[in-house]
Structures are given as C-alpha cells and as structure tokens.
Design a protein around this ligand. Structure first.
Ligand SMILES: Nc1ncnc2c1ncn2[C@@H]1O[C@H](COP(=O)(O)OP(=O)(O)OP(=O)(O)O)[C@@H](O)[C@H]1O
Length: 259
C-alpha cells in the first residue's frame, strides 16, 4: 500500500441496479491505526458499504480512497475483506486437515503468525474440516483469513459462532495488531459484548446513510457512567438508543404490508 492506511469516503452514493436501495451521501475519514465499528439495524447498509470499501462493487471514481488508492480500479495490496461469501466457501467443509489449509493460504511464509493464531483461536491442528463444529470451523477460517499481515481489514460480522472467550481473545488480538503495526480495521457488528474500550471510531448507519460518526470516546461521553440504565455497557446503551430512534423514524416494516 503506497500510503498509510487511511480510509476516506467522499460523498459516496451507490444504488443497486434495478433496486431503489443502496447507500447515499456517505462521507468518512478514518485515520491509520483506527478501529471503527459500523453500527446499524438490519438493512441499514453496512454490508453494502463494506463491500464498496473493499472494491467489490463499482463506485464513482473519487468517492473512496484506501491508502490513497481507489479500491475498484487498482488491486489493493494488503486489504482483507472477510464477509459472508468468505464464510460460505465450501473448501472449509472438505475432508482436509487444518495444517494443509493454512499452508494453502501461505502459512509456511508466516510461521510465527500462524502459530500465534492457532494458539489464540485454540485450534487443534489435528482437526479434519468435515468433522468439526461450526465454531471450530470459524476459528480455522479466521486463522486462514488473517494469516497474511493485512494493512486494512474489513470485517462483516464473522464472529457469531465463536464462544465468548474466543471472541474476547480475538478482539484483543485485533486491537494489538493496530497498536503494533500500521493497520486499520472497519468492523460491522451487532454483538457488543467485550467491545467496551475497543473502538476508536463509531459510525452509525440508518436507511443507507451515515447518521453520525466520529471518535468513540467523544460519542460515548453523552452516556453517563461505565454501565448504562439497562446494565449494558455505555456502548450498548448508546447503540440501543440509536436503533430505537431509527425504528421510530422508519416505522415498523409490518406497516408496509398493511398499506
Ligand atoms: N444485491 C442487492 N440488490 C438489491 N438490494 C440489496 C442487495 N443487497 C442488499 N440490498 C438492500 O440494501 C439495503 C442494505 O443492505 P445491507 O446488506 O447493506 O444491510 P446491513 O446493514 O448489512 O444489514 P444486516 O445487519 O442485516 O446485515 C437493504 O435494504 C437490502 O435489502
């Protein structure tokens, strides 16, 4: 990557061909080393935005810059996108061993990193992938996906199958990565456990637009104390307020059927 992994989005609008949905007028500036949480209700546009950022959909020429590069036009060295299509890749359901899989994605080139991920994700290298649980499969996938040292990581909630401890370890490792190397993370998630103190930035999306975004500490200042009214973390409390407000503005989807 030619420049530090800063992510700039400049008035990005993308509408799906033949559908009136998409994302509109999105502007963001996420500095190198930041860890951004993308927050929003189902259908808010998080996956659409992440896929645009990762260069998987064509966007207007100057709307996105990842380390100074338009991701659709140029190959993005060091950018990793882990989303649904990666999760459903059938390769990780074959009768194949863990080490063989890790080798196939370059594990031998990064032996220390491979061993660190195997240990962190509590992977038994004797596993055969057709005979593991969903969570075990997900851990191996994560090790595969993260093995090459990325500079920008786009994560579309891929930790749902992990148990609480594994997810906490994983999040801690991601945080250390951004502290020890020059790299940047954007993570779309609905699961806020163990995320207190994790994000440097928050982006709140609703109905295909960014409603607000900024430094997490500043945005969380509005919520008093470390634990909110419902026992949630301050982050959980803030997000709950956002989503309630979004629902109020949009109205329940069931109303659409009645009209
Ligand atoms: N391929 C597509 N073609 C047309 N519309 C789409 C397509 N993919 C998503 N949409 C629509 O775009 C909107 C945003 O979808 P998106 O998947 O980005 O939401 P999301 O915030 O990631 O939701 P979730 O939290 O459920 O994953 C939705 O209204 C959805 O119906």
């Amino acid at each position: 990557m030619p420049a530090p992994p800063r992510i700039i989005v400049n008035n990005l609008t993308y509408i799906f061909p033949e559908y009136p949905t998409g994302v509109r007028n999105i502007t963001l500036d996420l500095p190198p080393g930041s860890r951004t949480l993308l927050i929003g209700a189902n259908g808010a546009g998080k996956t659409t935005l992440l896929r645009l950022l990762a260069g998987k959909r064509l966007c207007p020429p100057k709307a996105i810059s990842i380390g100074g590069v338009n991701p659709f036009n140029e190959t993005l060295e060091g950018v990793t996108y882990l989303g649904l299509e990666w999760v459903v890749n059938p390769i990780v359901r074959n009768d194949v061993g863990v080490l063989e899989l890790l080798r196939s994605v370059g594990g031998d080139a990064y032996p220390e990193r491979r061993d660190e991920l195997v240990s962190l994700l509590d992977i038994d290298t004797r596993w055969r992938m057709h005979a593991v649980s969903d969570g075990e499969r997900r851990r191996v996938q994560l090790a595969m996906g993260l093995l090459r040292p990325w500079t920008v990581l786009f994560l579309d909630e891929i930790t749902v199958d992990l148990d609480v401890l594994s997810r906490a370890e994983f999040l801690g490792w991601l945080k250390r990565e951004t502290e020890q190397r020059e790299c940047t993370i954007v993570y779309a998630t609905h699961i806020l456990d163990n995320l207190a103190g994790w994000p440097t930035h928050l982006v709140h999306m609703s109905l295909g637009a960014v409603k607000e975004w900024g430094e997490a500490d500043k945005m969380l200042q509005a919520i008093d104390g470390t634990v909110g009214r419902t026992g949630n973390s301050r982050l959980g409390e803030l997000v709950l307020d956002w989503l309630k407000e979004d629902l109020k503005v949009r109205g329940p989807r069931s109303n659409l059927l009645l009209n």
